[in-house]
Design a protein around this ligand. Sequence first.
Ligand SMILES: [Zn+2]
Ligand SMILES: [Zn+2]
Length: 406
Amino acid sequence: MTNKDKPINKLDECVLCPQCLSRIYRNPEERKKSKIPTITSSQKCSICGNILLHEDKLFNLVNNKINLLNIEFNTFLVACQISNKTITQNENKIRKMTGYHGNNDLKHQIKRDLNEMITKKLGKTLDYKNPEVVIMVKIRKKPYKHNPYYELRNINIFIDSNPLFIEGKYRKLVRGIPQTKWPCTVCKGKGCEACNYTGKQYKDTVEDLIAKDLLKLTRGSSTKFHGSGREDIDVLMLGEGRPFVIEVKHPFKRNIDLKFLRRIVNSHSDGKIEINDLKFVNKDRRAAIKNSSVESYKIYSAIATFKNGVTSKDIEEIEKLDVIEQRTPVRVEHRRADLIRTRKINSISAERINSKQLRLIINCQGGLYIKELISGDNGRTQPNISKITNNEAICSQLDVLKVHIP
Ligand SMILES: [Zn+2]
Ligand SMILES: [Zn+2]
């Protein structure tokens, strides 16, 4: 009896199953003339070890795994990994000896056959570019435990679920919440007395407030948050909200009800945040919402508090502000490259609150730091409101009214 784990050296040492035989000899005439015999019922194919005679069972293994994981998907792709070297070596030798130079090997055949069966029997859609799940067939030398089929005991199925992307807009209605995870500055996230062993510097983040319910609904493992910029912790995000894409890693459930998600996130966050306009998107949106193009702009409402009284002439000067050269602010220098950025103010209007305070409505290109536009940041921002009014000013409150992306 020919064993599949027996390495072969000559053509007359091997026997092949009909499937492997017609893969090696695509031309039926050549197949007839070939010296390689077809296996009898007691023999094992020198390449596949008779796996290809049990493809219906292979499909059952896949189907069992899908049901066991209770994983939901529409699009898929089958991958195959063969770590049993005898299989690949035997196939390579036979290909060499028979002069077959195509790239259709056992791996290809298993992938192609399973792709077809899953499409037909389960009504799923094959997607080479962006599959929701990748169904991996692993073939190794050592048998797997708990495999229901003796003939396929060296095979196991693994299903990897690609991330799910949801786009929306968030409003942040209270101050003191960062957009994403902020590890405790004392312990760097390990957990210590200062952070009450949470590892977090802030109890809530915009991401967490959304992720808690989202992970429950999708049964995903974690999230990654991509915002169209971010506001400081002490800044509110008002108006329609800031666009974001939240990525769920390894989701088991994809067809979730986004209206329901929106409702429970909004009710569970106790008025801290609000999310709207949720929709499913593909991974390209991650980068798209981060890219600030010429058409993107932001509108801020800021309260500037001055050391001395503000004159009407000062207001006139402020409203003339146009192009700003801004060196990376001191307060973000540790995490941003130190460079000078040029940002345009599309419009700025100032309204008097009292003799030393103005409310400014600023429509500008994304990436302009408003706090520094007011203070001047020791001359790193030019021109700046403190300088043009010759009156030291700070930004004592800031809200974002609009984040517009095309
Ligand atoms: Zn075979
Ligand atoms: Zn800590």
